[in-house]
Design a protein around this ligand. Sequence first.
Ligand SMILES: Nc1nc2c(ncn2[C@@H]2O[C@H](COP(=O)(O)OP(=O)(O)OP(=O)(O)O)[C@@H](O)[C@H]2O)c(=O)[nH]1
Ligand SMILES: [Mg+2]
Length: 391
Amino acid sequence: MKLTVIGLGQCGCRIADHFARLNLKAHAERKVTIAPDIVAVNTDQADLTGLQFIKEDYMHRILIGLRQTLGHGVGKINELGAQLAREDGDKVMDAIKAEPRFYETHAFLLIAGAAGGTGSGALPVLAQMIKDRYLNKPIYALVVLPFEHEISSEDRSVYNTATCLKSIYDIVDAVFLVDNQRYVRKDASLVNNMEKINRQIAEPFYDLMCAGEVTKRKYVGARTIDAGDLIASLEGWTTIGVGRTPLPAFRFPREIRKKQFRDKAVESFRGSQTLDATVSDLSIVCSPKDAAKVAYVIAGPAKEINMEMVKNVSDYVKEIAPNALIRGGDFPGEKHFIDITLILSQLSFVPKIKEFYEKAVQYGQVHKEQIEETHKGIQALADLGRELPSL
Ligand SMILES: Nc1nc2c(ncn2[C@@H]2O[C@H](COP(=O)(O)OP(=O)(O)OP(=O)(O)O)[C@@H](O)[C@H]2O)c(=O)[nH]1
Ligand SMILES: [Mg+2]
């Protein structure tokens, strides 16, 4: 599947930058393009300059709202982010149109952190603009939810997240939910941590996007998951993850292994073991039972992905997601591990969304009262000085 990727705000642009890295990797390793166009959009000039892989010209790194923010962001006011995207959105539309390879794109992927101002506000506005112009291409959003410390200490983060989620759900075909807190590693510095988190957020898309594009025979599976399968599998609230089981470095030839029943048992068990790793590493906490659509791809050396493993994995997926329409495929390659990428889509319940909606409604009411109180206080002070002359 080929995606036009658009990163919005700092978080969205940095993750989009990782898609640009993966696109280069796909070229080098598999001779395919998975992202014909990658664009970064921000109100913050410094953040745009810091990107590594996205092309450096003004059609790929787009600064919006320069006149109002002077290139310094919108300071978490997502209404302002939305307004600036409305005013400068044509810059983004022009950039998409100008890409000569745009015709190859199967769908759009818009990425943003929900708790900030620029990405959170611009996401629904630009998604709507794209939807109005490109009627035949699905639009997906990847929305990054804030860390626990942001939720507990910044009411505005919760409010931004909830309003962003509500607005984007009504516009796009599917929303990938990514909970930052799931990726926190306590042993790393913040900068390293963010870098690792962004890498882990983008990585699960790699095999899925490559699988349907490769043409070299050794990479083509018995059952390929292509763009059509993915588009049919993506709807509403969605989560994604990839799990890995390394293969032993040295192994006896297959004929000898066959005779050793212990090895044989381990081999057939490897699929379900990998799937367990995938499910525990999904981008947000949810129950597979609540998914109405599922897509998965098993990647690994061709000689490892045998019929037994494929059956094992597909039975296991059916068991954990009994209510879903399932599409699965395999993707052979020269890897030293088995990777299973899983998408659970059309989720009927996600605990985190409930939490954000409830907290934001509460915050909305308290905030309104606080504003009224503040205005009353300011007015009372001004009234006290009314009799004084002005200089
Ligand atoms: N995973 C990840 N999350 C990030 C990153 N940067 C920020 N975030 C998260 O995204 C939220 C939004 O922050 P930004 O992306 O910096 O905000 P913005 O869209 O640039 O908006 P303003 O700076 O307010 O104009 C933060 O509260 C974090 O939770 C990043 O590099 N990776
Ligand atoms: Mg910013």
